[in-house]
Write a protein that binds this ligand. Sequence first.
Ligand SMILES: Cc1cc2nc3c(=O)[nH]c(=O)nc-3n(C[C@H](O)[C@H](O)[C@H](O)COP(=O)(O)OP(=O)(O)OC[C@H]3O[C@@H](n4cnc5c(N)ncnc54)[C@H](O)[C@@H]3O)c2cc1C
Length: 352
Amino acid sequence: MIDYIILGQGICGSWMGYYLLKEGKTIMVIDNEAPFTASRIASGVINPVTGRRVVKTWMIDEIMNYAAEAYKEFQEAHHTRIISETNILSFHATQQMKDAHDTRLPNQLDFLHIPENESQWEAYFNYRFGITEVSPAWLVDMPSFVVHARETFVKNNCYLKTDFKWEDCTVTNDYVEYKGIKASKIICCDGAAGAEDNPYFTLLPYAKNKGEVLILSIPDLPRNHIYKQNITITPWKEDLFWVGSSYEWNFSDDKPSATFRIKTELQLQQWLKLRYSVREHISALRPANLERRPFAGIHPHHPTVAILNGMGTKGCSLSPFFANQLTQHLVHGTPITPEADVNRFTKVLARG
Ligand SMILES: Cc1cc2nc3c(=O)[nH]c(=O)nc-3n(C[C@H](O)[C@H](O)[C@H](O)COP(=O)(O)OP(=O)(O)OC[C@H]3O[C@@H](n4cnc5c(N)ncnc54)[C@H](O)[C@@H]3O)c2cc1C
């Protein structure tokens, strides 16, 4: 019998596997390698401020430092480049947005700055209301992180590519068994798919959110910044840029839409002065939820079923911190941050 089955190898499953192996645990990671998942198309930005009101992201002081160190440790162990420090140039689309940043400047000086030589960006962008620089911020190569994590699982003989079906899984109060793989627990890291397919957790307040992205070539744009107005332009692999994204609450499918492409290109043409070409148009669902807080912990009524999910728009920064916290909880019994602990839904999950 092994210690844990991990269902799903997005960013959550990858970090769970990483930390459990570090604790000397035996695992089997199962993933169906769906091509367009949140972790495979995310830009990987860790932004310390958020929203139109420009407030600090939840727990950011603790979480950003933790995440930066975790990705650095991972990249050293895998002899690759996963994370880089960067800044976000926030171009204000209206006077109102400029005012929102200006009001915050004296209070959040650790993250908000007036950029040096602001007018240098006039060669690249149209803007009338100034720029605020957000720094430090981090950029994580999420697709590459997932690929490197998988390679390690494969090397350790603890990876299985298959479409997991719950009807083939036996769950008792003592063990879980899936097609001959017997484990003391299953950890569900199945992302947005889990909101519908996972019989243990569908009652959680998921609110799936669709994100669409254009991948562009913009040969003359400097690659050492993230540019943000209503859309974000972020350096992406192979000298390309990631441009997006949408936050769609109402959608009929998870596929790229003509509406997004037209709207985004219109915004680009008004903002960007440089020539560009569209290379790809991709989309995926974010495992968002109504509370905007993760789901981490052991199912309150099924002791062999655990979860790490519900990362919404912040999986890149939240997942290393909460994967480590869940690992410590499983292995050493230490507590999980109450706002993220799935036990806050003990009553809701009793209805399942
Ligand atoms: C357009 C977009 C941009 C984003 N940008 C950012 C960003 O800049 N910064 C940030 O922090 N976050 C960002 N996010 C959010 C971030 O991507 C998510 O929070 C995070 O990737 C969620 O990771 P996950 O592992 O929970 O889920 P997923 O990435 O969905 O992974 C779940 C995995 O489980 C597998 N799986 C599911 N069901 C099964 C099954 N039955 N059998 C086998 N395998 C299964 C899936 O194939 C997948 O590989 C973005 C998301 C999108 C869509």
